[in-house]
Design a protein around this ligand. Structure first.
Ligand SMILES: Nc1nc2c(ncn2[C@@H]2O[C@H](COP(=O)(O)OP(=O)(O)OP(=O)(O)O)[C@@H](O)[C@H]2O)c(=O)[nH]1
Length: 402
């Protein structure tokens, strides 16, 4: 579909049937209660692979000719592109929000660029909302992990967790060999070395005939061997389950693309710090697949993604991130670089007492916005537009190619 048609469809999609509740005004995050609009979701646009007029910044920094939004505050030899950060949340001149430039440490072109954030100050690039967090983090335990060679050639370790707040199998997808789960490695009473091998509590690699796990049987903290080199905070993505976008090729949202892109960035050879995708079973922003499908029908009837949730008597975003915080702590992470456009996620994953600190935010710009593949559909553009306008997501609609 030509870009001009997409623009037309998008504006058409902004009209609501009269029998729905009045369309909420685009607002700042402070105009809604936390429970109401903590997070939102859109869908990506597809189909049109023509080069966009405006190329958005690439998280992997490979498009070095395009300054980042936050770099707009630094001297440039050419006009900067539109900011990728919503001014309502991160004014370009605000301390703590600028993208590292030539003045800072050199960033190898293969590594994703992060924007320093500090949730402890109002101008730290994390929005103005304060998601309600439970005082106590959930208890989590990694039950098993296994090596997964992937179709891209990258290898990861899939960690399966149980917890004390729900019965779901939440997952941590771990890239890099230095990230270990304390609860997995801890010695369990009465277990044999074979038990440990089978549940993945081993060092190095398995091979036919291996009989020992390589972990000290008496280690009280479950850790083994010398400390790995310190490569700084790993890249982390907190991802919520999306069956439609990840399994049945939905072009209503960018969830599948984001999952793929997060894995790609974490697998880059330059990313020595490794990466973790915390995969939470919070389908449909926490409302479940059945309700999400109803929401899709409401969207086809004219509602946006937030309105559809509200019409179904659900919050705009019913998710929480305490499990992600607990899983990251179990994986030994106290400082992270978070791949997200969602400012609320930053505060939420840090935990009630900032048990974890997000040092940088790495923007997730849709590939089609950067002219790097991806897809465009009217649905995904509406999805992203609603995220930006109603949920405070830090993407600049102006960088959406027309
Ligand atoms: N209710 C509802 N949920 C949706 C819809 N489209 C996608 N989702 C869900 O939205 C969630 C995707 O959100 P995420 O990708 O984790 O993150 P985000 O809060 O959008 O922010 P980012 O980190 O910037 O991507 C998944 O749980 C999807 O199933 C929709 O139209 N309605």
């Amino acid at each position: 579909m030509p870009a001009s048609e997409l623009g037309q469809t998008q504006s058409d999609g902004a009209r609501l049937p009269s029998f729905y509740s009045p369309r909420p005004e685009a607002h700042s995050s402070t105009s809604h209660s936390d429970g109401e609009l903590e997070h939102a979701d859109f869908s990506l646009s597809t189909g049109n692979h023509s080069a966009p007029e405006t190329v958005a910044e690439d998280a992997d920094g490979s498009d070095a000719t395009q300054p980042t939004p936050a770099q707009a505050s630094t001297p440039l030899t050419q006009p900067p592109p539109p900011s990728l950060l919503s001014p309502a949340f991160t004014p370009p001149a605000t301390p703590g929000t600028s993208t590292p430039s030539g003045a800072g440490p050199a960033v190898p072109s293969s590594e994703p660029r992060g924007i320093p954030v500090d949730s402890s100050i109002p101008t730290g690039g994390c929005g103005t909302k304060h998601p309600r967090l439970l005082e106590t983090l959930p208890e989590v335990e990694c039950i098993v992990r296994a090596r997964i060679p992937t179709t891209t050639g990258a290898e990861m370790f899939l960690h399966l967790y149980k917890n004390n707040v729900d019965n779901k199998e939440h997952l941590a997808i771990v890239f890099g060999g230095n990230i270990r789960s304390k609860s997995l490695d801890a010695v369990r009473e009465g277990e044999t070395e074979m038990d440990r091998l089978v549940r993945g509590a081993y060092t190095g690699r398995l091979y036919p005939g291996r009989t020992t796990s390589g972990l000290p049987e008496t280690a009280s903290d479950g850790q083994s061997g010398a400390a790995p080199p310190d490569y700084g905070p790993p890249l982390v993505r907190i991802h919520s389950e999306c069956y439609t976008g990840e399994t049945v090729w939905s072009a209503r949202c960018d969830c599948g693309e984001q999952l793929d892109e997060a894995a790609r960035l974490m697998s880059l050879p330059g990313n020595k710090a490794g990466g973790i995708i915390i995969y939470l079973r919070q389908e449909g922003r926490g409302i479940g697949l059945g309700e999400k499908l109803k929401a899709y029908n409401l969207q086809d009837l004219g509602s946006d993604t937030v309105e559809a949730n509200l019409l179904l008597r659900h919050p705009a975003d019913a998710r929480s991130y305490g499990l992600a915080t607990a899983m990251l702590l179990d994986l030994g992470q106290k400082e992270i670089r978070l791949l997200t456009n969602n400012p609320d996620k930053i505060r939420a994953v840090e935990g009630p007492h900032r048990e974890i600190v997000v040092k940088e935010r790495v923007a997730m710009v849709p590939l089609s916005w950067k002219g790097k593949g991806g897809f465009r559909t009217p649905e995904v553009e509406g999805y992203l537009k609603t995220k930006i306008e109603k949920m405070g997501h830090m993407l600049d609609l102006a960088s959406l190619p027309r």
